[in-house]
Design a protein around this ligand. Sequence first.
Ligand SMILES: Nc1ncnc2c1ncn2[C@@H]1O[C@H](COP(=O)(O)OP(=O)(O)OP(=O)(O)O)[C@@H](O)[C@H]1O
Ligand SMILES: [Mg+2]
Length: 336
Amino acid sequence: MEKQKIMTIARLIRDSGSNVAAKLAEHEGVSRQAASAWLSKLKRDGLIASSGTGRGISYSLPTLKYAVKEYPREGLSEDVVWRELGAPIVQDLSNNVRGIWHHGITEMVNNAIDHSSSETVHLSIYQTILDTTVIVTDRGEGIFKKIQRALNLYDAREAILELAKGKFTTDPDNHSGEGIFFSSKMFDEFWIRSGILRFVHDDDEAPDILYESDEDVVGTRVVMRLNNDSPRTTKEVFDKFALPEDFSFAKTIVPVRLAQHEGEKLVSRSQAKRLTRRFERFQTVVLDFTGVEEIGQAFADEVFRVFKTAHPEITMTPIRMSEAVQAMIRRVQIST
Ligand SMILES: Nc1ncnc2c1ncn2[C@@H]1O[C@H](COP(=O)(O)OP(=O)(O)OP(=O)(O)O)[C@@H](O)[C@H]1O
Ligand SMILES: [Mg+2]
């Protein structure tokens, strides 16, 4: 069976394990019998699994390759982890996909080594026919608490905003603060869980999301997932956020709603200052207003008039504005 058809089937199964034969028949324009025959073949080959019978049959994607190991952090090097655990599992995938895994695994393991102060670093890797998932876990202080402490932030949730903006590091002598910013954009799904907070990047066109949950994760857990046939390259991600003549990145997309705590409206100058902190490091700042219904006059004035007047060299581009947000921004800009 061609690779592409197998991946189509795997995607259908990932979306939902039930009624797969019918959906596949419709998708490929073939009879249900033909679709069922393909599914039986893939099942015999061990690439998909099923439970139940007849119309109640449900398909799933079994783990085909798997690796797990806990390393002592002291003396560990990210290259060793890559060669020993990562590289063997992704060796049959295309160059661009291997490149992304090399980047993501070494950056996230390096973070656990250099920033977590944990005793151990734990990795698990799973691969199905469709995708590969890597989880890097340490039992240290926790990324959001560490950033909160370093910046003296009132709330650990603000740490996520700093990460989304990029170029943030608590160790400027040894680091540049680019690891999470770029890695998160290379994967189909990228999460960081620590304490009760979760930072999620799962779609280049959508803003990063902050979730809160009841579960309290000790240390830091990073989850990266990438489709095995992804066409993305590391270079494409670096280029998208860098100007050609510049070796470091100069553009950032900031999800404005991360500056908004639960139940809050964006109204005050202090909220605006929280948002614009460190914008100076970028030439272009795209402000994504998804999930923000309205903003107050003081907030808009601080970002789009006061800050802009003080930093004429920075291009600020608001996108995905509601009518109310657009009207408020226009109003403060007219008054300059
Ligand atoms: N596992 C971790 N535990 C605690 N803090 C972390 C962890 N990973 C990252 N951090 C914090 O998040 C910050 C940003 O990480 P990121 O990888 O983006 O940049 P960096 O490691 O500082 O620089 P670079 O990756 O460019 O070398 C770090 O400076 C550190 O404060
Ligand atoms: Mg790093």
